[in-house]
Structures are given as structure tokens and as C-alpha cells.
Design a protein around this ligand. Structure first.
Ligand SMILES: Nc1nc2c(c(=O)[nH]1)N[C@@H](CN(C=O)c1ccc(C(=O)N[C@@H](CCC(=O)O)C(=O)O)cc1)CN2
Length: 315
């Protein structure tokens, strides 16, 4: 049997992701793999899942592909390379669209090397925000951070120490004032044009219109193991109930409070002698870790929303 010639390695390939879901049928993976192979793409990671309840199929393919146009190699300017990558991604999407339509897919192709634009919202508790700012500065989490928005001014020094713009939008308790403040907050978010919004212990409830505008792109950290202890003061609820485990839940934000699709959760054991203050102290590490893990899964396109649940294609 004649061995196929090994193609020369593609120098500095683009690294893209194709995420898709559709009613299950035979041939989906074969068709997508052929589409990629026909374009010289090398699949570096592939995940598939068949949901027996809904008979839907989910897939995530990460692949490397030559940037193609010689102009990109010749240009050597980051701006040109980024522009070429955008053009490559747009061309692939245009060519994939007929396949997606034939299978009835919900899909997207993303650039794994293009940092996401993220706006973080916070109130007074700083531990989750501080964790994300540190992980970004250390390079563990890669994302662009055009600004942080808060309904309190307390965390301005922390945020500005990291060289990130800080916007203070106080939210009064009266309904008219709250509505106006959340509209001002939304305007700042829109101005930043984020891919993702992270609520890092932001203690204001987003109105339905804002949840819809950024559906499946708003990530919250709730300081309980949902569905236990929804809403405000979950540690007080936990103390009253006498639970032996407290926890944290990272979930997408929907108009129904703390009921959005869950991305990541974890727990920590507590003792009968632990006070609410002890719980809040023990909870901080869990909240920070769960938010960072959930956020990373989202940044890497490893979370697929299916109804009120998620499918995770972890590494
Ligand atoms: N539409 C949604 N908005 C928000 C969600 C959500 O799931 N859907 N999660 C919350 C975060 N959160 C718990 O994790 C939470 C935040 C605020 C409250 C609350 O009762 N807030 C009061 C004001 C409290 C204050 O001023 O200190 C209120 O908004 O009336 C409960 C739970 C973020 N937003």
C-alpha cells in the first residue's frame, strides 16, 4: 500500500473552533470532518455528544488551518494578520453555511487566538474580581478588559492599580432610580462592546431586556450550591438550614434569578460550629475558583447551552 506523502507543516497556522448542535442524524461528523479536511485543516481536538432525551447532537472541533493568502505571510504586521484571520474566518463561515443549513445547525466558528472582550461588574465584595484580575495579569486567563463597572466606588483603587478603567454607577433603591441606573450601566456595557459580561458578586438584578440583549453571554457567580438558597443572603439561609456543605455556582444569567444554565459548581464542608462569618470566609475561595473555572470554560467555547442546561466539553 503506497504511503501518502506527509504534507509539510503549516507555519504559524490560524487556530479556530467550530461549535455546532442540531437534530441528530447519521453523517454529521463525517460531513464536518470532510469540510475541514478539504481545506487542509488539522483537527487538534474533537468532542461529540448525543443527547438521548432530545435526540440532539453536539460537537466542538478545534483545528489549525493555514492562513492561506500569501499577503498575510508577507505583511508581517499584527494588524494585517488579524485582518487576514478575520477574513479567513468569514470565508470559512460562508462556505460552511450551506452544510449548517442542511443539518439545521445552530453553530459558530471562532478564533481561538483572538482574546474575548469582557466587562466585569462588581459590588463591594472584591475576592472574585481580585482573582480574575490576578489571573489575567499572570496570563492564566486571556481576555481583553475594557472596563470594570460597579454600583459602589470601593474597588476603584484595586481596578485602577491593574490599569483598567473603572466606572462607578450607584444604584438607588427606588424603582425609578434603579431603572435609570441600570440603563446607564447598560449604556456603559454597550459602549465597551463586550463578547461576555461577568458578574463578580454584582448584587443588582439585571432587567429582562438586558438579559435578552446578552443572552448566554452573562456569567454570574452565585454564592450557594444551586438550586439551594436562591436569591440574596444564601449563607444566612445555609446557617438557618444547618447544612454541612456550602458552595458556589457559576451560571448564565437569565431573567429568572439564579435559575440560568449552570456552568460550574463546587462545595466546601462546614462544621456545626461555623458561623455565617466563617461560611463567608470559607466560601470566598470556592466562589473565586468556581467563577474562574466557569469563565475559562466559556472563554474556550467549551460550554454549549441546551435549554436550561449546559453541555461541557472540558479538556
Ligand atoms: N436577571 C438576573 N440578574 C442577576 C442574577 C440573575 O441570576 N438574574 N444574579 C445576580 C447575583 N445574585 C446572586 O448571585 C443576586 C444579586 C442581587 C440580589 C438582590 O436581592 N439584590 C437587591 C439589591 C441588593 C443590594 O442593593 O445590595 C435587588 O436587586 O433588589 C439577589 C441575588 C446578579 N443579577
Amino acid at each position: 500500500m503506497t504511503s501518502l506523502p506527509t504534507p509539510p507543516p503549516v507555519l504559524n497556522p490560524a487556530r479556530l473552533r467550530l461549535i455546532a448542535s442540531c437534530p441528530d442524524r447519521v453523517g454529521i461528523v463525517a460531513r464536518v470532518a470532510t469540510f475541514l479536511a478539504e481545506r487542509g485543516a488539522s483537527i487538534t481536538e474533537a468532542n461529540h455528544y448525543h443527547d438521548t432525551h432530545s435526540q440532539w447532537f453536539f460537537m466542538r472541533s478545534e483545528f489549525e488551518i493555514g492562513r492561506g493568502s500569501p499577503s498575510a505571510a508577507e505583511a508581517h504586521s499584527p494588524v494585517s494578520a488579524a485582518a487576514d484571520d478575520a477574513a479567513l474566518l468569514a470565508r470559512l463561515a460562508e462556505e460552511f453555511r450551506p452544510i449548517a443549513e442542511a443539518f439545521g445547525m445552530q453553530w459558530r466558528i471562532t478564533d481561538a487566538q483572538q482574546p474575548r472582550r469582557v466587562v466585569i461588574l462588581v459590588s463591594r465584595f472584591d475576592h472574585c474580581l481580585a482573582h480574575l484580575l490576578h489571573r489575567r495579569k499572570s496570563g492564566d486567563l486571556v481576555f481583553d478588559l475594557p472596563c470594570v463597572i460597579s454600583n459602589h466606588d470601593d474597588l476603584r483603587p484595586l481596578v485602577e492599580w491593574y490599569g483598567v478603567p473603572f466606572h462607578h454607577v450607584p444604584v438607588p433603591r427606588d424603582p425609578a432610580g434603579k431603572d435609570a441606573a441600570l440603563k446607564q450601566t447598560a449604556a456603559l456595557i454597550d459602549q465597551a462592546a463586550p463578547d461576555t459580561i461577568v458578574l463578580a458578586r454584582y448584587m443588582q438584578i439585571f432587567p429582562p431586556w438586558l438579559c435578552e440583549r446578552y443572552r448566554d453571554r452573562i456569567i454570574n457567580i452565585h454564592h450557594s450550591f444551586l438550586p439551594s438558597f436562591v436569591g440574596g443572603r444564601p449563607y444566612h439561609q445555609a446557617e438557618e438550614r444547618g447544612v454541612k456543605l456550602i458552595g458556589a455556582t457559576c451560571h448564565y444569567v437569565t431573567e429568572e434569578l439564579d435559575a440560568g444554565p449552570i456552568i460550574e459548581q463546587d462545595v466546601v464542608r462546614i462544621r456545626h460550629s461555623d458561623t455565617i462569618k466563617d461560611m463567608m470566609r470559607l466560601g470566598k475561595d470556592v466562589e473565586s475558583a468556581v467563577l474562574a473555572r466557569g469563565f475559562r470554560l466559556h472563554l474556550e467555547d467549551r460550554v454549549l447551552v441546551h435549554g436550561h442546561k449546559t453541555i461541557l466539553f472540558s479538556e
